[in-house]
Design a protein around this ligand. Sequence first.
Ligand code: NDP
Length: 334
Amino acid sequence: NHAWLLASRPDGEPVKENFRLVEQPLPQIKEGEILLRTHYLSLDPYMRGRMDDSKSYAPPAELDQPMVGGTVSQVAESRHPDFKAGDWVLAASGWQSYAVSNGEGITPLGHLPHPSWALGILGMPGFTAWMGLMDIGQPQAGETLVVAAATGPVGATVGQLGKLKGCHVVGVAGGEEKCRYAIEKLGFSACIDHHRDDFAEQLAAACPDGIDIYFENVGGKVFDAVLPLLNTAARVPVCGLVSGYSSRELPPGPDRTPQLMGTILKRRLRVQGFIIFQDYGDRYPEFLEAMTPLVEQEKVLYREHVIEGLENAPQAFFDMLKGKNFGKTVVKVA
Ligand code: NDP
């Protein structure tokens, strides 16, 4: 039974020394508890924020405790009336191979063909894509939708849902291979590699009618290139800003707040942040009902980036933040 503890808080980019691998005895359960064996651990960008000790929408991860994280687990032992050994569940066991739970916040998964998908397309990232696009983005046929991190679980889902709504979908991704996948497999109209020197020109050329919806996943220079292209009454669901999660200071250069605010005013932009479970938690069943058939009928495709072994979790996490993942990052633990 192994666990990665949060050993220290990062100063900028997270490093290996921020985590410590420990071996622990297998926990004993009491009446009313279950022992969960982790099969899949989800690695997500939000975890970078939890490593900091700063005020946010969720409390920081605690030092010297297993790092937080969503898991797909199997009940190994049960002394709880609602669970029996062998049940598959969605849990938040964190970066460890076993965890004890009293059943609170544990969702039974039944018999899913791909249990790990409950961490991606049929879980938190898929839900985020669905609500952010449908509720805030409000896509209309013929509109231009731009989304970055376009092959990740949120971005790929946003783009494919936008296509189903009849939008002209332009992705932004890191590298040619990801861009080719977005166009050929996911059906995006175009996908631009943000590493290119002429990224802003390429993006403008791919959006000849401007941008009606920019689903914000990354911030930074992608947002800088998008801003001048936004049409009047464009919607900007602000979902994530992963390019800056490890930044300690403001970027160099002049203060561009007046330009940003001026554009919001003159083009009547609707820029709205959201935190998925805080804002939309009660609509999860509605999402599952709508998304499950789309996934089953392969109208929305899903790609995983599976890392074998809990011991590789920190490196896989660093890689994901830097775009070395290709699809939803999950660690196969058991
Ligand atoms: P991904 O699996 O897509 O991983 C993050 C991706 O961000 C990387 O693969 C990389 O893709 C891209 N990226 C990293 N750095 C940069 C950069 N400097 N410039 C441009 N792109 C960069 O993540 P998710 O799909 O899980 O999450 C996407 C976003 O959604 C994140 O910002 C996350 O925090 C946010 N989110 C927000 C939620 C909410 O409730 N608001 C809930 C869930 C997620 P590439 O190589 O293609 O550039």
